[in-house]
Structure formats: structure tokens, C-alpha cells
Design a protein around this ligand. Structure first.
Ligand code: LER
Ligand code: MN
Length: 261
């Protein structure tokens, strides 16, 4: 497994300085935010060309909503996701992180046609992902479906649900990602959930129980990391968390803690 960090967690006057700091701290990859990334592509490529740091992933940043009640909003999300898959591929990133929807349901309850709005949303998402999978396969950048905790989305909360969707889509271009902060709230057993999802798992977000740096909360990372190591997980794990002051010192502490695991 390779350690990465979200771009915004690094201090520095320029991107080149932030990437140099990531390298000094022992990271191998940096996760970029998708919003405005196409416009920054030349700058990002230039900065990456003078460091060992790789672009691990692109995090979200598309407009619209895949599960909106508005056809235009869904189409906008599809177009933006396709465009960001191209950007991710140009950067050599594993893929683009996609949250199917934030918040509550936007579609109407079509009972008795569907047992619940969730079933309708699931069917719609599978249809959309089958379409997007073509672009993912063509570019080589994967769609990374991210489950979030119940306070951020009603729709996809656990890895098992994401695996079910990815299996039905049936494309190597659509994969699952796991976020330790969300898993700490939603999964009964994080190590077991990771083991069951490993076949489809292509990315991880790292944060402790309080969404601070790993090692700064009360989450026990030992069993989950053992599951990942035994299962041969070889993709990135990117820090997505609050970094308390003094930032550089605490980042170094957290990297040391994680590498010790
Ligand atoms: C939101 O809580 C989250 O974990 C992000 O990765 C969503 O893009
Ligand atoms: Mn996340």
C-alpha cells in the first residue's frame, strides 16, 4: 500500500512547494480536488514532473447530482464525471472519487413500482454507472464509489452496499473506495468489511475517529491494516483529515505511526 495526502493539507506558497513537502514527509502520492483541475492541468503536470510524488486520485469536484430528480442535473453530473475521468487519466491517477448523492433522497417514492425510493435510486445509479464505465475503461481511470456516514448521505453508507452495486455494474472501470472516518461510524467490524470488499477496493481515505490525523483519535487501525496487508491491497491510502498545529510536526508523527502499522 502507498501513502498519499490531499493537496489542501499541505502548506506551501506553490504547488511545487507543497509536493516537495509531501515527498519530505514520506508520502508517495497526492490526491487532487476535481473542481477546477482541468484549468490547472499544465501547472499540476509541471509540478509533478520535478518530484517523485504521483497523482494518486482525483476527489469529486463535478457539478450536478447522479440521483437528482432533475434530468439536467443528472446529465450535468454524467458530463462532468466523464471530463474528470479524462483529467484523472492524464495525471496517471487511479481514478475519480464519486459520491452518488449527498443528503436525503431527491427522487419521489414510486411505490408500489419500487419497494422504496432507495431501490429506485439504486437501479438508476447502476444504469448511469454502466454508461460511465465505458469512459472509465477507455481512459483507464476508474470510478471510485465512496460510501459516507448516515449524517452525510442516506444512500450509500457501507462497503457491502457499494460492492453490490459494483458487482451489478460488472465493469473493471467501476470500483469501491473506503474511508476510515465513515467506516468507524457505519461498519460493525472494519477489518471484516475491508476483507469482504478487497476484490473491488482501489482507494482508501485515512482519518481517525474524530477525523483528525490517524493516531490522534481512538480508532484502532491494527486489525484493518492487517486485513489489507494479508489481502495484498496495493493501491493508495490518502489522508483526508484535520491536521492540528504544529502541522508539519504532526503530519510527520502520523506518517511514522502509520508506517509502524
Ligand atoms: C466526505 O465526507 C468525504 O469523505 C469525501 O471523500 C467526499 O468526497
Ligand atoms: Mn472520504
Amino acid at each position: 500500500m502507498k501513502l498519499a495526502i490531499q493537496e489542501n493539507l499541505l502548506k506551501g506558497d506553490s504547488l511545487a512547494e507543497r509536493l516537495a513537502l509531501a515527498e519530505r514527509l514520506g508520502f508517495e502520492g497526492v490526491e487532487f480536488w476535481g473542481s477546477g483541475l482541468r484549468e490547472r492541468l499544465a501547472e499540476v503536470k509541471q509540478a509533478l514532473s520535478v518530484t517523485k510524488i504521483k497523482a494518486s486520485t482525483v476527489c469529486s469536484g463535478y457539478r450536478g447530482d447522479l440521483l437528482s430528480a432533475s434530468k439536467e442535473e443528472r446529465a450535468l453530473a454524467m458530463r462532468d464525471i466523464e471530463a474528470l475521468l479524462e483529467v484523472a487519466a492524464e495525471l496517471g491517477a487511479v481514478g475519480l472519487i464519486v459520491v452518488p448523492t449527498f443528503g436525503g433522497p431527491k427522487l419521489p417514492d414510486l411505490g408500489p413500482l419500487y419497494p422504496s425510493v432507495w431501490h429506485l435510486e439504486r437501479e438508476l445509479l447502476i444504469r448511469e454507472l454502466k454508461n460511465l464505465a465505458r469512459k472509465a475503461e477507455e481512459t483507464g481511470a476508474s470510478i471510485l464509489i465512496e460510501p459516507l456516514n448516515r449524517y452525510e448521505t442516506h444512500f450509500l453508507n457501507r462497503l457491502e452496499q457499494a460492492v453490490g452495486i459494483v458487482e451489478e455494474v460488472g465493469s473493471p472501470g467501476v470500483a469501491v473506495m473506503a474511508d476510515f472516518f465513515h467506516m468507524n461510524i457505519e461498519e460493525a467490524n472494519i477489518a471484516e468489511s475491508l476483507r469482504s470488499a478487497l476484490k473491488y477496493l482501489k482507494h482508501i481515505h485515512l482519518a481517525d475517529s474524530n477525523r483528525w490525523l490517524p493516531g490522534f483519535g481512538h480508532l484502532d487501525f491494527r486489525e484493518p491494516f492487517k486485513a489489507l496487508r494479508e489481502g495484498g491491497y496495493r493501491y493508495y491510502m490518502a489522508m483526508e483529515c484535520y491536521v492540528p498545529e504544529p502541522k508539519e510536526e504532526n503530519l510527520a508523527k502520523s506518517v511514522k505511526y502509520l508506517k509502524g502499522l
